[in-house]
Design a binder for this molecule. Sequence first.
Ligand SMILES: [Zn+2]
Length: 220
Amino acid sequence: MRTCRVPGCNETTTKFGAYCTTHKAITRRHGDPLQEGITKAHLEPYVKIVEARIVKNATNPVWSQLEERWLALASAAGATLSAYHNGRPGVRQEVLAAHEIKKLREAVEPRTVIVMALAMYVMLDQEPRRFRSDEAFTTQLVRRVRGLSDVNVGEWYDHKTNRMKRVYRELPPRVVQVLANWIVPVLGGVGIKLAALERADQEARQKELTSFHQAVSDLT
Ligand SMILES: [Zn+2]
């Protein structure tokens, strides 16, 4: 056994892996051994930004078109599941991913899924260092979208704290990446566009402020 590959970690690796038990678990859960989970609270300001952008562009058909695209993805997932239940062999991670999409479709409004995914792209643009890699980003994207559905949360009683503890049901990383491969093409383009618009707006505001300060300092 060797030392965990994460810099500064002195634990020994698991039998066949490059990381210790802890970092292996974090990698499975978050897509990178050093990736921190993005919480709903982290995302909240970006959700507000996306909602404001939707209000600003209320008559633009893109929002309903995104909903249609999401629903089309859900239909395709439904077809994958039906075929599987009718005995057609399916790729395991695709069947599991289809099941996740079905749960989301049944529990969450399409618009809510869309806003959450778009907010992740704005966050990526504004806080790129929060994401350790592309895979870590898509893993967080899938986690936040899945987190919209309570179906994925199990509860158990924690005797240490005398409280009900909510536990997020983990998906195998391969299933997460299948989900990302389905969701990103549907919502990613608009996400990147909104992120660019937000940045341009901020730069314009900053420029205004700088020119105001300049004017003030030029007063004689
Ligand atoms: Zn480690």
